[in-house]
Design a protein around this ligand. Structure first.
Ligand SMILES: [Zn+2]
Length: 45
């Protein structure tokens, strides 16, 4: 999942299954779900 930190506004990709959700830049623990930022890989033709 892709989140945006509520404090420093950095975009962070986090696997929420792994446990703690925390900004890796500033350590803030309130992250907002980032919409439309899904990272997808599409095979180029
Ligand atoms: Zn942050």
């Amino acid at each position: 999942m892709v989140y945006r930190c509520a404090r420093c506004k950095q975009v962070i990709e986090i696997d929420t299954e792994a446990g703690g959700v925390r900004c890796s830049y500033c350590g803030h623990r309130i992250l907002l779900k980032e919409r439309g930022a899904t990272i997808k890989r599409v095979n180029a033709k």
